[in-house]
Write a protein that binds this ligand. Structure first.
Ligand code: 5GP
Ligand code: 5GP
Ligand code: 5GP
Length: 202
């Protein structure tokens, strides 16, 4: 039997919670089912600003750069496309990569999923991992992976949500393998602020 090496098996769709009003996109990452992932070297399809020029205002809104607030986002988008998007050239070009992620964000609607379960941004209020996961699973159909960081008082707070997406970049699926995000414990804050502590780790 001849097995052909696949470019990738699935995607992680990763959103970050900046502690403000809504989730924003971190990236759409190609991954293998064994937990490893393709890494870049081949820069034969470098990011081209002009291919997303008429998507820029929506990208600024849904995929802003938080690590470099004064930046215009182009650097972050370039990084994500070149590091994680170019391996999926069999299914989309650069523009298609960004459109796919924007559409997945709408489909997931994490803030509404959490709100429907009574989980709203608030400082000093805690939820169990189970409550957060059930809220998202109910809305999306599949369990997410939650990554946390630690606030200035040492409490875990929700930092990123990972969802798995099929190789066509259109449907959420059960994760073939879990990522290795930072731990959450069982008492998680869904913070409402944009404090230094939540940004420190970017
Ligand atoms: P990754 O390699 O994890 O996909 O992306 C992280 C890289 O993008 C880092 O170099 C980080 O400094 C940069 N970056 C720019 N803006 C952001 C942002 O809003 N969030 C995160 N997590 N990284 C960002
Ligand atoms: P379990 O068997 O309970 O699903 O999880 C096994 C281990 O993975 C536990 O140590 C648990 O803390 C960790 N884990 C499971 N799901 C998540 C998640 O969504 N986020 C984080 N940070 N850890 C998780
Ligand atoms: P960190 O060490 O902050 O978890 O991840 C740093 C960067 O490595 C991420 O921004 C992402 O670019 C990449 N990365 C980490 N874990 C995974 C993974 O499981 N799959 C993929 N595709 N990339 C990952």
């Amino acid at each position: 039997i001849l097995t052909v090496a696949k470019d990738f098996d699935f995607f992680y769709f990763v959103q970050q919670w900046p502690g403000s009003y809504y989730f924003s996109i971190h990236g759409l990452w190609t991954n293998y089912a064994d937990g490893s992932y393709p890494s870049n070297c081949d820069s034969s399809n470098p990011f081209d600003d002009s291919k997303v020029s008429n998507l820029e205002s929506v990208l600024q809104e849904d995929w802003p750069t938080l690590a470099c607030p004064s930046g215009d986002g182009l650097k972050f988008w370039r990084h994500e496309w070149e590091k994680h998007g170019t391996f999926a050239e069999s299914i989309f070009d650069e523009r298609g990569y960004f459109e796919a992620a924007l559409s997945l964000k709408k489909k997931a609607n994490l803030l509404r999923a959490l709100e429907n379960a009574g989980i709203r941004p608030a400082d000093g209020k805690f939820h169990t991992m189970g409550q957060i996961k059930v809220a998202i699973t109910k809305a999306v159909g599949y369990e997410p992976f939650i990554e946390c960081n630690v606030d200035s008082s040492g409490y875990h707070q929700l930092y990123q949500v990972y969802q798995c997406v099929d190789a066509s970049a259109s449907n959420f699926i059960k994760c073939p393998v879990l990522p290795h995000g930072r731990p959450c414990g069982n008492k998680v804050e869904f913070p409402s602020f944009s404090s230094a502590s939540s940004r420190d780790e970017l």
